[in-house]
Design a protein around this ligand. Structure first.
Ligand SMILES: [Zn+2]
Length: 122
């Protein structure tokens, strides 16, 4: 391995760590096949059993080096799961907040309707 190759591999390693932040998402087809897609970009098929990927880097290096999709696979899956869990927790909280707000709104409507009724003091 020459210096250029070493630099390129270091770069691949670095990019593998931020796949999620760079807009990559995974869709699993079965146990070993996964589609990796970048937002507005190409879709590659990662085969974890065959240890192969259809991206240009992997093809160019004929599988001699792992591509960033391969190296960053686990982190991407975890980031994606965490993101979905955070989203669903937020939606649940928003739903509850909306329900509480509705209860308050209807309670205050009832209250203000009652206050409009003239009070009989005698
Ligand atoms: Zn790849």
């Amino acid at each position: 391995m020459n210096l250029d190759e070493a630099r390129q591999l270091a770069n691949v390693n670095e990019r593998a760590q931020r796949l999620f932040e760079d807009g990559y998402r995974i869709r699993s087809l079965d146990g070993n096949l996964h589609l990796i897609r970048k937002q507005h970009g190409a879709t590659y098929t990662l085969d974890r059993a065959e240890k192969s990927c259809t991206c240009p880097f992997f093809t160019k290096n004929s599988g001699r080096y792992s591509c960033k999709h391969f190296l960053g696979f686990k982190k991407l899956v975890l980031s994606q799961r965490f993101h979905l869990a955070t989203l669903s927790a937020r939606w649940e909280a928003e739903e509850q907040a909306a329900t509480i707000e509705q209860v308050f709104l209807s309670a205050s409507r009832v209250l203000s309707a009652r206050l409009e009724v003239p009070l009989c003091l005698s």
